[in-house]
Design a protein around this ligand. Structure first.
Ligand SMILES: [Zn+2]
Length: 215
């Protein structure tokens, strides 16, 4: 389906609909109408295209649309238009924007702390997680020193030892490390797993990710 419009505003909205959707349509004029139109196009089995046509140029479709709009404003009673987007599309949109909010919040928190203390915090948090896991499974709390020693055990190949060390220090570029206002938008999107739509950190990759490539 190809739609023609003489409105640059409408055209721009459809060009950038993904961006607007990710931001939960915040600050978009007529957000409810826009959201509804986009979701109804997305539900169509085939692609919808939108092209620009010059207005007031004896274009048949343009003249008919003007007639309908003219008749509509003269109506005594407004017609009922269902503006409730289908629930499944609505939920994913809301989820996504919630996640973006959480990430934005995190980005602010990350900015507040200096780099050095931030890395320390990440390392300490991971050591704490390991300690709690060991306690749950074996009934005792290991010291940080014991954890560092254990990852260097000779039974582990060197590259596995390095992996453990880097994972505990969060030296891999994963999850919220991609959230940085200096970084391009495409790169920042790497913070989220494209399959599961969760924050893509080591925990997600190793234990929760549904992506087949990682299992
Ligand atoms: Zn995943």
């Amino acid at each position: 389906l190809t739609l023609e419009t003489d409105s640059k505003y409408v055209l721009n909205i459809f060009k950038n609909h993904q961006k607007l959707e990710d931001r939960g349509f915040i600050g978009v004029p007529h957000a409810r109408l826009v959201k509804c139109a986009i979701t109804s196009f997305q539900m169509r089995p085939t692609q919808t295209r939108m092209v620009w046509a010059k207005g007031y140029n004896r274009h048949k479709g343009n003249e008919e649309a003007d007639k309908l709009a003219g008749a509509a404003v003269k109506k005594e009673k407004a017609s009922y238009v269902n503006l409730t987007p289908p629930p499944e599309l609505n939920i994913t949109g809301a989820k996504l924007s919630q996640m973006m909010q959480a990430l934005a919040y995190k980005a602010i928190m990350v900015k507040k702390s200096s780099d050095d203390s931030m890395y320390r915090k990440r390392t300490d948090r991971n050591l704490m997680r390991i300690k709690n896991c060991v306690k749950d499974m074996f009934g005792y709390l290991p010291t940080s020193k014991a954890i560092w020693k254990s990852i260097r055990h000779k039974d582990f190949e060197l590259k596995i030892q390095i992996f453990f060390w880097k994972a505990i220090h969060e030296a891999y570029w994963l999850g919220d490390q991609w959230i940085n206002s200096n970084m391009r938008q495409e790169l920042q999107e790497r913070a989220i797993c494209q399959v599961c739509r969760e924050v893509d950190d080591m925990n997600h990759i190793l234990t929760r990710c549904q992506s087949l490539a990682r299992s």
